[in-house]
Write a protein that binds this ligand. Structure first.
Ligand SMILES: NC(=O)c1ccc[n+]([C@@H]2O[C@H](COP(=O)([O-])OP(=O)(O)OC[C@H]3O[C@@H](n4cnc5c(N)ncnc54)[C@H](OP(=O)(O)O)[C@@H]3O)[C@@H](O)[C@H]2O)c1
Length: 410
């Protein structure tokens, strides 16, 4: 008779319910492959089950409640009891990662969390296992499907941000309260988790500056098209000279960039290291069955790879935003008078900002200058924009969006 592997399931909502279904469907195949048959030891929701009973009778605990409490307490208690924990909870990992990983190490057990970042895209496994020997220098990507859908719709149809958000809500790609997604906070939590793994760094959500997409206009996307640019909400984590920068911001990419072609509610993460050059993984970023599949993959890993969690955490210095270098798109509404461009060029030059390309649109009161400037310390660029903002010839406040400068040949 096949031994059983008993899974305590905390939460039975979108992902928990899908996990329950998938576990029943796949139990025979997993038993045939591993020699142990996974089955539920119990289910906890607000209205059913007892955590103590479930913990007692489980070989591993799957946490799919979400949020901080009681998920944190349950996960810590399971780890203390030496039971492996599988979770999809980005909030918990990005805010309490240190104590959870310490708990796993203290009792020699595992904490697995593939589904917490980029849904079913196996970026955590690839970083932990396949690239364990590579020194990862940079992780960047599209880690929020809701905002990627909205930006893709704006570019495809010319619709406003508000209309594209409504469409995303109708299709179930955005929640009734989309705040965490559209402000960039959801992506920031995921980037804190990726940075911890990539750099063994104790990065937490509150150390990740994030900007969202609520202020993006159809005009920005339209003008940038003429410069060959596509807008994405990017998470970027990178090492520079022993320090680390982790941020989330809307950003223009040239059309040939591997992330530019990722459209709709999809996620994609690019890993860079001298040993691997560059690898991009992409796929569905959310959804009950997809996320449940990633969770079940972690459960099978726990069944077949016993042992303790090796993830170590060091303190690292974060690079202040002003010192990080970025290229920018700059949109200026100006009076069409002689010498306008010369004045703006002087201010940019005085601040060490050099212009890569310029498009001039319209005449008279509503002339627009749309330019891309080369990478420069953000503090210097912001100083130049503040100075330009004081000019009388300006008809509206300057608008700027970061640009990834690399122009890939596709
Ligand atoms: N949905 C996705 O596509 C997706 C994608 C990636 C990651 N995730 C992550 O997966 C996790 C679960 O998300 P979800 O969408 O499945 O959430 P959900 O649909 O809201 O389900 C949450 C479940 O947790 C239970 N629960 C809530 N508070 C509880 C408490 N105090 N004690 C016991 N049970 C409690 C709920 O019980 P009741 O049934 O009694 O309400 C419900 O069964 C979250 O961490 C989320 O970030 C979700």
């Amino acid at each position: 008779m096949t031994d059983s592997f008993r899974v305590g399931l905390l939460g039975h909502g979108t992902v928990g319910g899908a996990f329950d279904t998938l576990l029943s469907e796949r139990a025979d195949a997993i038993a045939a492959a591993t020699g142990r048959r996974p089955e539920l030891a119990g289910v906890l929701t607000r209205s059913r089950g007892s955590f103590d009973d479930i913990l007692e009778s489980s070989d591993a605990v799957v946490e799919l409640i979400g949020g901080i409490e009681p998920a944190r307490t349950y996960a810590l208690r399971a780890l203390e009891a030496g039971k492996p924990v599988v979770t999809a909870n980005k909030q918990l990992l990005s805010q309490h990662g240190d104590e959870l990983f310490a708990g796993a190490r203290a009792s020699g057990t595992q904490l697995r969390y593939e589904a917490a970042v980029a849904g079913v895209v196996p970026v955590i496994r690839v970083m932990r296992e396949s690239f364990a020997g590579a020194h990862i220098e940079k992780v960047h990507g599209i880690v929020n499907g809701t905002t990627n859908y909205i930006l893709s719709e704006m570019a495809r149809t010319g619709a406003s941000y508000g209309d594209s958000l409504s469409r995303a809500q109708e299709l179930g790609y955005a929640e009734a309260d989309p705040t965490e997604d559209v402000t960039g906070k959801d992506a920031a939590a995921k980037m804190a988790i990726l940075a911890r793994l990539a750099f063994q760094a104790g990065v937490t959500l509150d150390q990740v500056p994030f900007e969202g997409i609520e202020a993006i206009t159809a005009d920005d996307i339209d003008y940038a098209k003429e410069l060959g640019l596509v807008l994405k909400l990017l998470g970027v984590a990178e090492r520079r000279d022993g320090r680390v920068s982790v941020r989330v911001f809307p950003c223009f990419l040239y059309g040939g960039h591997p992330l530019a072609s990722v459209v709709g509610p999809f996620n994609a993460v690019t890993l860079e290291s001298p040993a691997i050059t560059e690898v991009t993984l992409s796929g569905p970023g959310a959804g009950g069955p997809q996320t449940a599949s990633a969770v079940l993959g972690d459960v099978v890993s726990v069944m077949t790879t016993p042992g303790m969690d090796l993830e170590a955490t060091e303190q690292v210095e974060l690079i202040p935003s002003d010192e990080v270098e970025s290229a920018f798109y700059l949109h200026l509404e100006v009076a069409d008078e002689p010498g306008v461009l010369a004045q703006i060029a002087r201010i940019l030059g005085d601040n060490g900002v050099s212009v890569k390309s310029v498009v001039q649109k319209g005449i008279g009161e509503n002339a627009r200058l749309v330019m891309v400037v080369h990478a420069v310390a953000e503090g210097r660029f912001n100083a130049a924009v503040a100075e330009i903002g004081e000019l009388e010839l300006l008809r509206a406040p300057p608008r700027s969006i970061r640009v990834i400068e690399e122009e890939f040949v596709s």
